[in-house]
Design a protein. Structure first.
Length: 277
């Protein structure tokens, strides 16, 4: 009889055929793989089936709710959350498997994510972000953030110092598309939290974000890719608050600041009257 801790991996998918094979290959040794799919039309399902994943489908209802449903479908107490465009490095696979040979000492483990940055991967000396991915589900759940939903765990959190590879931003076009979608998705959440100082934040946060990314997180070691990435990260910060400001302006004025003979925009913020302010 063994006291090895069994592991369930859970993944949410939607048309991830390009990256899913690498993701599942890196966890094929796990005791269980659970996939919650949002009705993919590419070869995502076929790839999952080849790796013996337990697949269910559900209409996409939000990042947090999808991940919570996938988590609920797992059968083991210890779980590993992966995105379909991520893969465990060989070193991280080894560390996790050794950790699970006995009962883990902590309740959750953070891992550093090494990003594909356009035409290259992060230099290993870049200061990488750590993400909580391996945890005891009896001690936590997925939060309700609208975009970057992630596990929250009670108890002790430790770190595994081996990289999780992320292949989500393969070119500048993809990254800019992603930050445009993410910034729009965060408006509703920020409306609940952000009440003042939006214009000041728009002015000050983007340059501070660039300095943090390029200098403090050492993106300068990634050459021109690091410079471009830091500039886009600063633009993402700007977009989040610019769209929040735009929301308030539409709510305040609708289209009343347009000329009288201008055609109405297909917007949710149509003016309730034609009176000028």
């Amino acid at each position: 009889m063994t006291d090895r801790t069994q592991l369930s991996v859970f993944i949410t998918t939607c048309n991830n055929g390009r990256t899913l094979k690498a993701c599942l290959e890196s966890v094929k040794w796990a005791d269980e793989i659970v996939m919650l799919d949002s009705f993919s039309i590419d070869d995502t399902l076929a790839i999952g089936q080849r790796y013996g994943a337990h697949i269910t489908q559900h209409t996409f209802t939000g990042y947090g709710s999808q991940k919570r449903m996938a988590l609920a479908a797992t059968t083991h107490d210890w779980v590993l959350l992966l995105d379909a465009d991520e893969a465990l490095s060989p070193d991280l696979q080894t560390k996790i498997r050794r950790l699970l040979e006995h009962k883990p000492a902590a309740d959750g483990y953070e891992v550093p994510r090494q990003e594909q940055m356009f035409w290259r991967m992060y230099n290993s000396t870049t200061r990488m972000n750590y993400y909580l991915r391996l945890f005891d589900k009896r001690e936590g759940n997925i939060d309700d953030m609208p975009i970057h939903a992630s596990p929250k765990v009670r108890g002790l959190i430790a770190r595994l110092r081996a990289p999780l590879y992320h292949y989500g931003e393969t070119d500048i076009h993809t990254k800019v598309e992603k930050i445009n979608a993410y910034s729009s998705g965060l408006v509703a959440d920020k409306l609940k939290r952000q009440r003042w100082g939006i214009t000041l934040i728009m002015l000050l946060y983007p340059p501070l974000s660039f300095i943090r990314s390029y200098l403090f997180k050492r993106n300068f070691v990634n050459g021109w890719a690091g410079l471009i990435n830091s500039a886009i990260a600063a633009f993402y910060v700007f977009l989040k608050y610019a769209k929040l400001y735009e929301h308030h302006q539409f709510a305040k004025y609708g289209t009343r600041l347009l000329p009288d003979d201008a055609p109405l925009l297909p917007s949710e913020y149509q003016p309730k009257s034609t009176d000028k302010p």
